[in-house]
Ligand binder design. Structure first.
Ligand SMILES: Cc1cc2nc3c(=O)[nH]c(=O)nc-3n(C[C@H](O)[C@H](O)[C@H](O)COP(=O)(O)OP(=O)(O)OC[C@H]3O[C@@H](n4cnc5c(N)ncnc54)[C@H](O)[C@@H]3O)c2cc1C
Length: 298
């Protein structure tokens, strides 16, 4: 158990009050962001990472916000999971995001951890990437070149992960915020996951999003976690649903195609075979719930 170990390495800890100060401090090789620390401190305890400097970003006002602007929900990197899951805008417009956050650890973990940390840790089985994929979320990255203020760029969350525990972030770059377009009318999304016990990391998770045109699927997006080196979309299923009329076992038929989109492995949480078998069931359930939330009958 990593949580009962002590931290046996030395590092410097910076607690900046301004974003610019944090970015300056992160430019030095070996510096790393500390947010809630629910992943990072465990990784330091087991010597999986050895930062020489931690830069604490919770409490930086420029990162501590949840807002709706320009047709998007924007969640700052210092917003806690518990603040997001109880935010009124999030609860009313993004029930599937609430579902995904709500299964992360217990209340204590969600009172410390951040959405940005869940992404930046880049675990293939993390719970928020699949729902962020299907909701077309974007990640805003920022950095400083020194004295020029914060530079920013945005990319789709689907382009953020480069491998297990790896992202596109370079030394000195941080996630500033995650933004999600407000869902259009006649759309719905849902999240499903399977874990050994509720506090455990997922054996497999999945999210579905459907935009409906009457009784037809106008657009479907599906994503899964813990079935490949990074969270993945399921393009074969998405294509199979495009423009199809609901009914006649459509979701069952489409969900069975999931094997073409995933490449699970055996690990401590599950076997590849079990993941393959259960994936279609989770996808079907998520599709059905997304359809219901879009206002679809059946
Ligand atoms: C008991 C327990 C249960 C858990 N259960 C689950 C679970 O069910 N599902 C799940 O998905 N996760 C789970 N986790 C993992 C963890 O809580 C989440 O991944 C959490 O969201 C990480 O956020 P944090 O703020 O604590 O990140 P930290 O631990 O502070 O950071 C994680 C990593 O991200 C980097 N980082 C953080 N913020 C930024 C930023 N803004 N910019 C750049 N880099 C950044 C850090 O440098 C570090 O590498 C669990 C952890 C514990 C201890």
């Amino acid at each position: 158990m990593s949580s009962t170990r002590v931290i046996s390495v030395d590092f410097e800890c910076r607690i900046p009050r301004k974003l610019e100060e944090a970015l300056e401090a992160l430019n030095e090789e070996g510096s790393q962001v500390l947010a809630g620390g629910t992943d990072l401190l465990n990784n330091i305890k087991i010597n999986a990472v050895k930062p020489s400097r931690l830069v604490y970003v919770l409490g930086i006002p420029e990162l501590e916000f949840i807002s709706v602007e320009g047709g998007r929900l924007i969640v700052g990197a210092a917003a806690l999971l518990s603040d997001i899951e109880h935010n009124r805008q999030v609860v009313s417009r993004f029930p599937a995001l609430v579902e995904a956050i709500n299964v992360i650890g217990g209340t204590q973990i969600r009172n410390m951890a951040t959405l940005a940390g869940n992404l930046c840790n880049a675990s293939p089985g993390a719970d928020t990437p699949p729902i962020l994929f299907v909701l077309d979320a974007e990640v805003e990255i920022c950095w400083t070149n020194g004295g020029t203020g914060a530079q920013r760029s945005r990319l789709p969350v689907g382009g953020f992960f480069t491998g297990p525990k790896k992202t596109v972030l370079k030394q000195g770059q941080i996630v500033h915020s995650v933004s999600i377009p407000l869902p259009p009318e006649h759309s719905g999304a849902a999240f499903r996951r399977l874990a050994r016990v509720s506090l455990d990391i997922a054996k497999i998770n999945c999210a579905a999003y459907i935009e409906r045109d009457g009784d037809t699927v106008h657009e479907a997006r599906i994503a899964l976690g813990s079935v490949a080196p990074t969270p993945v979309r399921a393009p074969t299923i998405e294509k199979a649903l495009d423009g199809r009329r609901y009914g006649g076992g459509l979701f069952q038929e489409a969900a069975e195609l999931v094997e073409e989109d995933i490449a699970p492995i055996d690990d401590v949480r599950s076997t590849a075979e079990y993941r393959r078998q259960i994936a279609s069931l989770l996808v079907r359930e998520a599709l059905q719930e997304a359809w219901r939330r879009s206002g679809g009958k059946g």
